[in-house]
Design a protein around this ligand. Sequence first.
Ligand SMILES: *Cc1c(COP(=O)(O)O)cnc(C)c1O
Length: 370
Amino acid sequence: MTAAFDAAALANRATSALRAYDPGHDLPALRQRFGGVLSELGSNENPLGPSPLAMEAATAVLNDVWRYPDPLGASLKHALSAELGISVDRITLGNGSHELLMLLAQCFADADHPVVHSQYGFAVFPIAAAAAGAPAVRVPALPADHPDAPYGHDLDAIADAVDASTRLVYLANPNNPTGTWFTDAALEDFLARVPTDTLVVVDEAYHEYVDAAGLSTGLHLLDRYPNLIVTRTFSKAYALAGLRIGYMLSHPSVAAVCERLRESFNVNAVALAAAEAALGDHEHRARVREVNQRDRAWLAEALTGRGLRVLPSQTNFLLVDLGRDAADFERHLFEHAVIVRPMGGYGLPHTVRISIGSRDELQRLLENLS
Ligand SMILES: *Cc1c(COP(=O)(O)O)cnc(C)c1O
């Protein structure tokens, strides 16, 4: 008799500490079941869709899919370089920014060099640390009743948690799932406090949506702080989530280290072409931003008018604090074909995250609030 085979016992130490991603709902099955009336407000997708120029570029590349993509992504990098005023050797491309966040921990953190991140920060941060076999230090978030950033990053506490052994700090600005942010000046104060040997990653996945006073980007600090790393994505405002492409801006030596481990063809040819075209369509980007600002304010007001506590947001979603367990709320909406994201997995079971979908989707949300 042989014992039942179970590879779980064979997983290495880092992988043993991890669990598989839980998508929440089987969205393809739900789309079939509900057809066009499904309101998908759980994944922060852009309801306007990508630039028509990006669609055109993507389609044109389909004739060449028998070829490997450019492993250097040179054409897109040159376009990013021109757009951002940053040299090509500071740019790394990823299969989504998720891949880049993982890659950074794999390249720089280990058992002796911990990672620091915030409670209620983006979920990938502690996973990246665990996958690299590095301890993850979770710093308590700002309190629920903080006037500017409830549940947001406490930069002072995070700086206090950093010591000489800390190799990486992950910040998200604005943060998912809280929607909160910190100003460019606060980031600069933070960078001035932490050692130069501690890499500070600022995840700017929602950068294109921000409009708050004092908030733009960490990019202009890159020259003064070689340990600063900024990640961005084409998944949100550029609406190319399905193609999986993101980018990272860093000191050239950080990019060079990441190149050692980056899978040579990590970004596919369709994504490269679509991203480059999307980047050039400033008009579409401006429209996406405008519509999101308008509908974010509109939805926040509508929800507040129904007695709900809506947290401040600089993103394309709102975090709603129900002050009680949100499971019933979420289930009720789900039964009416409205999908929102429960936040129990983040330790915020009394909240739901609602994406700024199309007006039709948001109307159906409001109609079905009991
Ligand atoms: C959506 C999101 C990302 C982007 O992930 P991709 O892998 O680029 O699709 C990264 N960080 C945060 C905080 C996000 O919300």
